[in-house]
Design a protein around this ligand. Structure first.
Ligand code: ZN
Length: 148
């Protein structure tokens, strides 16, 4: 179990040092910004949604390792998903990091399961997902969310 945990931390730091899908997305038609005042994490999410399917997802922002890794892993997992599937994934992810998940099948996102042992970091992990929800619900212009 300890070995697994170290591996997961490695995944987190890997995504923190070299975030995937980092930078603006010119073709984005949904964007939202999120802010976690507890930690100072900021994320701006760009989505390209066509016929209800997330074709591309990118993000920008500054934040701690957990929030950056979460956004990086999230954008990876979103591509090709229907909007409803993405929201379903968000709920599964939230259940996982708040410790209520049983045998979740979240794939790479499970790297962040350890966050459940650090309740003060849960908002770091869920920031990108709250921002995703805002972006999907926002069909015109920009949306801003805060975890408070
Ligand atoms: Zn944070």
């Amino acid at each position: 179990m300890n070995e697994l945990r170290e591996l997961y931390q490695e995944v987190i730091f890997d995504h923190y040092r070299r975030p995937h899908n980092f930078g603006p997305l010119q073709s984005a038609n949904r964007t939202a910004e999120g802010y976690n005042p507890l930690c100072g994490d900021k994320v701006k999410l760009y989505l390209q949604v066509e016929k209800g399917i997330i074709k591309d997802a990118r993000f920008e922002g500054v934040g701690c390792a957990i929030s950056t890794a979460s956004a990086s892993l999230m954008t990876e997992s979103l591509k090709g998903k229907r909007e409803a599937e993405a929201l379903h994934l968000m709920h599964d992810f939230q259940r996982m990091v708040t410790g209520n998940a049983q045998g979740s099948a979240l794939g790479k996102l499970e790297a962040l399961a350890g966050v459940r042992e650090f309740p003060q970091r849960v908002k770091c992990a869920t920031l990108a997902w709250h921002t995703l929800q805002a972006a999907l619900e926002n069909r015109h212009g920009q949306e801003a969310v805060t975890t408070e």
